[in-house]
Design a protein around this ligand. Sequence first.
Ligand code: DLL
Length: 425
Amino acid sequence: MSTKLEKYETMDREEIRQIQLERLQVTVNRAYRNVAFYRNLMDKHGIVPEDITSLDDLSRIPFTTREDLLKNQPYGMFAIPLREVVRLHSSSGTTREPIVVGYSRNDIEHWTELMTRVLYTAGVDRDDIVQIAFDYGLFTGALGFHYGAERIGATVIPCSRLNANKQIVVMRNYRSTVLVCTPTFALHIANVLKNEGISPAELSLKIGLFGSEPWSEVIRKEIEEGLHINALDNYGLSEIMGPGVSVECYEKNGLHIFEDHFIPEVIDPKTGESLPDGEKGELVLTTITKEAFPMIRYRTGDYTSLDHSTCPCGRTLVRMSRVSERTDDMIVVQGINVYPSQIEQILTEIEGAEPHYRLRVDRNGALDELEVWVEVSSHIFFDEVKKMSAIEEQIQKRIEETFGLSIKVRLVEPGSIKKWKENSV
Ligand code: DLL
């Protein structure tokens, strides 16, 4: 690891706070000057950038929410002219309510550096062969890791979304040592290996970097045993950068947040009050180096707690506990973010379907499965089999196209979802 990286990860608290304050002041200035949303917000609360004289002053600026970003799509939150933006990504693939995020050349540079730190923390180096099995596209996961892995000089295999069998062929033939994907896909690969009678000893894998969705210690154990690897968690979100916000070290006792680029807070999602170390609440993040898309006090919707005690690994960076829950109704299926309101929107556009639905995620198999139960309109009769299957097909196609997920649709009688909801309260 280069000295520069070590310096930022092992600095004492005072030093890190000083760097954060300097970078925060620049960020608030830039946001105030160039983003109408932030200027209006701060004006409304009687704050000017010069008021930020300590890190505590950050709490004077109100939170930014996902709704704020939606209202300002596509480019309203950008702090630099579009001609200086060199890349766009989007928070949830091709869905109807995507949040478009932009990166300047410097942002890409910082992101790449952060991804090298994620990889170094996991023990990846230039001798490794890194198989990236995230979707290459608007999703931030693949390109984020790709740039980081190339920068450290590792050999990158951009597998993207090949199916598990093909991924196995690649990892066997090309002797991949590192696997990067969602935990559910890693588990799926482990199960396919087992079913095909291939021993993980025949592979060269040693490290897995998994993220983009919640997973547990039980799943970690299954993946580690099934693939004979060390499996580490990493966290991030497009609105803030993509992957590269935090990563687990080998102590596996929380994810180190890269505090030289982000200021984390944990708040009570109901009152907005700041919570002390150890108490679970909503993670709020402020970016302090981003040029194109600075975020000030962004409410991530992710539940976590912070721990400032020094980690045995030597890093002084604060740790966040693993994210297993959200404050809103967003669900993550196979790494893809799904808001129920998006499903509802699709249903309102389909003749014969009612916007009364129930989502069921089955996490028992290797891959999450999303089942959508939808009420049919009362003028459609269940004995009109042809019509029913046409509606079913249409719903399935529209949802699959929108999210890039394969799902199951089940049509149910009018009024039955309402009844089910009443009974389950
Ligand atoms: O999922 C960025 C990412 C890519 C992270 C690859 C890690 C690896 P989004 O698509 O914007 O970005 O989704 C962000 O996914 O707010 C969390 O709810 C969830 N999430 C991300 N990482 C984790 C994790 C990417 N390690 C949303 N554990 C976040 C639990 C996670 N949930």
